[in-house]
Design a protein around this ligand. Sequence first.
Ligand code: ATR
Length: 287
Amino acid sequence: MSVENIVGLLGWPTSHSISPIMQNQALKTAGLTNWLYVPMPVRPEPKERIKEAVWGLRALGFKGANVTVPYKEAVVPYLDRLSDEAAQIGAVNTIVVDEHDHLVGHNTDGIGFINDLADHGFLVANKSILILGAGGSARALAYTVLAQKCKHLLILNRTENKASDIAHSLKQKFPESVVEAGPLAKEYLQKNKADLVINTTSLGLPSKPEESPWDSGVAFAQSQVVYDLIYNPAITPFLKQAERSKATTLNGLGMLVHQGAKSFEIWTGLKAPLSVMKSAVFQAVKD
Ligand code: ATR
């Protein structure tokens, strides 16, 4: 059967992404044999390339795309409309070309995170949450945990004013929760009593494999859930520290599956085959 519906991944680079494996397996399982998910690496220079790529989705009759690093914020000006969530977060990880040929931006990162936590029996409502880092991922998670009615949110970042900016804008939108910010400093980590601690910084990625945002002199409580958005490597130095304290640890693989599942549902209108997608990513990281 010929391919009639194409979706893909806009990013730079895209060669290490396991989304193509996961999404093509999902499309096949759902019987969408005339659909295909392709990597679409877009060079960062010259700057207008990303605009051309986004508008090219419509020109070429694509159904949509995922967006990854470094373009989640950069694509926003070239879209016709944003979902409420994407507008609040200021970043897009999923684009759909709708029936009127409009480019609509969504953000499924936050809900992907919440659904993965739910898979592990953790509900955010009324909990106290600590986010390390204040980049695009931190903003998406901060918005989502507040939308899910967490009781208290503290954002700590090396560059403190970026954490304060996020806290300030979200405080007004979610007056029922306590939202605070501070520097990524030992005394703040020592005071931490959060139910859930999340690393959204780049420390622990293959480019910084030995580093952790957590001070090695500070223990976690056994009752805490410690989440690293990084999934490659599967166990970062941050998660090793949490394991030593016997805290519950989770990496970003489950979130990858759940954000992808939501994107799949937005493009196809069908329920995503979650278990197939999970097996595909677990197999891909083992290979
Ligand atoms: P993403 O979109 O994945 O969130 P990002 O916007 O580049 O990525 O954010 C990276 C985060 O990692 C930031 O919070 C950054 O801190 P700064 O705002 O101070 O730059 C954090 N980060 C990167 N390198 C770091 C380091 N060596 N120590 C502490 N935090 C670091």
